[in-house]
Structures are given as structure tokens and as C-alpha cells.
Design a protein around this ligand. Structure first.
Ligand code: SAM
Length: 274
């Protein structure tokens, strides 16, 4: 019987092989690489990854109906390990070896929670490269860094430790069934080991989520609401970092965020609110 795609869990399978070839060409896998693939589906990308000659592939897929496609592939290549689980909740420390790279055509609905989970799980380890095919708009938000209207807790955290860029767009016609929007391929490469553990830093995470709670409002308003910082004290904290009371979260640079993380008054408010 023909496979019935469940688009509610992002089952828009890649049908344009030239896109998979392009991804593999760009990723330049080495024979030592251990690749984590999220959502292998019927294995189109998995086959190219294996053919590229890496050491192993761990693939995490939630839909057990896809065993029919993936198990024969794993039976014919012992470098491929299948994990039938939810990639957002999966305990990646269960893998025999830490992956060096993540490659995925992601189910769109889990992009943000999955990315946080991957960044937390692999912080400071061997994983130094991610190539993710995601919704076009989500890709540009993730790589936007700090200091612009697309900035978010995720983009600021990525900018602290990673080099992130959108490499190319992929039209919706490259998938079956076609999604409603186009996709893009984002490449995220570790550039600063010392900030890689930030995703696990709860004070950092709360600083960002509280500051961006109402993104068009000032930090004074956001900090009062999220952390209970008195407004006159906000002014003092901001002044100590050369910021003024009109500052909004999307106007702060990465050095601003990193220096606010070290502010003793602000962090004591954040930590008291836990
Ligand atoms: N890699 C295949 C391709 O390129 O054609 C499939 C990509 S499709 C966009 C996303 C895949 O992720 C589907 O196979 C879907 O079943 C799977 N998936 C959805 N939610 C998931 C989750 N929470 N954990 C693991 N896999 C998931």
C-alpha cells in the first residue's frame, strides 16, 4: 500500500535528488565523521550521507511506519543505527558515540525546540557542524544574530558560539507532498568553544526569554514583568552597560547580551525568580 504522508508531523519528503547531492557536496563529510540525522523519512538523504563515506549515521525517526524503508537500509549497512523516538525528547547521551555533525531535512513544527535540545545536548562536545533544511523564514530568523528585528533568544545564542548562514533556498516543489512555503538550507558551524555551553546556562536562557518576552517593548518593561526589577534600578543596570532606558531587545548587540549576563544585580533578580 502507498505510504500515507502525515503532514502534521512534517512528512514532506525530499524528491529532488539534486538537492540531496548539493547538501552532501557542501558538507564535505570526512571518513571520521559521525552524522546524526533527524527524521530520515524513507532515507533519501541517509543514502547520500552513507555513500559520502562517513564513519556512522545515527538516525532518529518518530514514525515507526517508516521501518519498512529504513530497516532494509540498516540491514545492508552496519554504519547506520536507527532510533525510533521523538528527536525533541531523545536522550542523545544514549548514543554510543557523540556525533560530529547534524544533517537534516527537518519537520518544520519542531525546529525551535529541537534546535535548543541539540544545542543543549551537544554543548562543548565533538559536534561542530549542522546543516539543516528548514522553512525559509525560520532559517533567516535563526541566522539573524543580535541587533535586528528578527533577533530572538535562539539567534542570539547561536551567534555567541556559532557561525550561521543561509546557503540557498529550496522551492516547495522539491518535496512531496509540497509544503505551503519554500525552504532554505542553513549551515551552522561552531566557531567559539567557550560560548558553546551557553544553551545550558539557565540564567542566560532566562535573561533572553525574559528580555524578549514582549519584543517591541523596552527592556525596562520586560525586566519589570519577567524578573521584578524596579524601574529605577533598571536604569542603573542599563547605564552600567552603556545602554539607555529606551533600549529594546532587538537593538542589543551580542557584546551587550554577554555583558548583561555578567551583571551581578540583574542576574541576582533573574536567579531569585526561578
Ligand atoms: N529526511 C527525509 C527527506 O528528506 O525526505 C524526511 C524529511 S521530512 C521533512 C521530516 C521527517 O521527520 C519525517 O520523516 C517525520 O516523520 C520525521 N519527524 C517528525 N517529527 C519528528 C520528531 N519529533 N522526531 C523525529 N522525527 C520526526
Amino acid at each position: 500500500m502507498a505510504f500515507r504522508h502525515n503532514t502534521e508531523i512534517g512528512q514532506n519528503f525530499l524528491t529532488d535528488k539534486s538537492v540531496a547531492q548539493w547538501m552532501i557536496g557542501r558538507a564535505r563529510l570526512s571518513p571520521a565523521d559521525r552524522v546524526l540525522e533527524i527524521g530520515p523519512g524513507t532515507g533519501i538523504l541517509t543514502k547520500y550521507i552513507l555513500d559520502a563515506g562517513c564513519a556512522r549515521v545515527d538516525a532518529v525517526e518518530i514514525d515507526v511506519r517508516l521501518k519498512e524503508y529504513m530497516e532494509p537500509l540498516a540491514a545492508s549497512d552496519d554504519r547506520l543505527r536507527l532510533h525510533w523516538d521523538d528527536a525533541v525528547k531523545f536522550d542523545y547521551s544514549r548514543l554510543d558515540e557523540t556525533p560530529t555533525r547534524v544533517m537534516a531535512n527537518l519537520p518544520y513544527h519542531i525546529t525551535t525546540p529541537l534546535l535548543w535540545h541539540l544545542l543543549e545536548s551537544f554543548a562543548g562536545g565533538d559536534m561542530r557542524y549542522m546543516m539543516l533544511m528548514i522553512q525559509d523564514e525560520a532559517a533567516s530568523r535563526i541566522v539573524s544574530g543580535a541587533g535586528n528585528r528578527e533577533s530572538s533568544p535562539m539567534s542570539v545564542t547561536i551567534a555567541a558560539a556559532w557561525q550561521a548562514a543561509v546557503l540557498r533556498k529550496v522551492p516547495r516543489t522539491a518535496f512531496y507532498p509540497s509544503p505551503k512555503v519554500d525552504s532554505a538550507i542553513a549551515e551552522i558551524t561552531l566557531r567559539c568553544d567557550s560560548y558553546a555551553p551557553l544553551p545550558r546556562d539557565t540564567t542566560w536562557r532566562r535573561l533572553l526569554s525574559g528580555s524578549f518576552a514582549m519584543r517591541r517593548k523596552t527592556l525596562v518593561n520586560n525586566w519589570a514583568g519577567a524578573f521584578g526589577v524596579k524601574k529605577d534600578e533598571c536604569a542603573g543596570i542599563l547605564a552600567a552597560h552603556s545602554l539607555d532606558t529606551r533600549s529594546r531587545p532587538e537593538g542589543l548587540t551580542l557584546p551587550d547580551w554577554l555583558s548583561l549576563r555578567e551583571d551581578p544585580t540583574l542576574t541576582s533578580y533573574i536567579e531569585r525568580r526561578r
